[in-house]
Write a protein that binds this ligand. Structure first.
Ligand SMILES: [Cu+2]
Length: 142
């Protein structure tokens, strides 16, 4: 009888492990950078810890991955005098960022609350603004 109870508890524990794993834990999102594009494995996630696995698939240029919380459309972020995005500009809140050399990868772990976000590369290479070349993508946290 005692063994049956133990067995039942063990069986329950084994059944619960995958359920708990699915509920907790961070959301993992793949972010591929190329010259000049950002491609996400998913364009939304639930609020909480999100790990962006950022890899620069370009062979020519360093890129970066910058997270802004903003309700502005992805292509209408405020610009500074050089034509790059003004990271302290009106309507955008800079959350975090990581720079990735060509062919390299880096993880960026953030805690995001519900809202609208825009993810961009804000590198300015000899007046080539990567943002102006289209390195931005919208992202929603629910
Ligand atoms: Cu770039």
């Amino acid at each position: 009888m005692r063994y049956r109870k133990i067995f039942a508890l063990l069986a329950l524990a084994v059944l619960l492990v995958p359920v708990l794993a699915a509920c907790g834990g961070p959301t993992n999102i793949d972010a591929a950078l190329t010259t000049y594009k950002i491609t996400l494995s998913q364009d939304s996630a639930k609020a909480g810890t999100i790990v962006f696995h950022v890899h620069n698939d370009a062979t020519d240029l360093k890129h970066e991955f910058v997270i802004f919380k903003t309700d502005l459309p992805p292509d209408q972020l405020p610009l500074n005098a050089e034509g790059a995005v003004d990271e302290e500009g009106a309507g955008v809140t800079h959350i975090d960022e990581v720079e990735v050399e060509a062919g390299q990868a880096a993880d960026l772990t953030v805690d995001l609350e519900p809202g609208n976000y825009v993810l961009i590369c804000n590198i300015n290479d000899n007046n080539e603004q990567h943002y102006m070349h289209g390195m931005y993508v919208g992202f929603t946290v629910k």
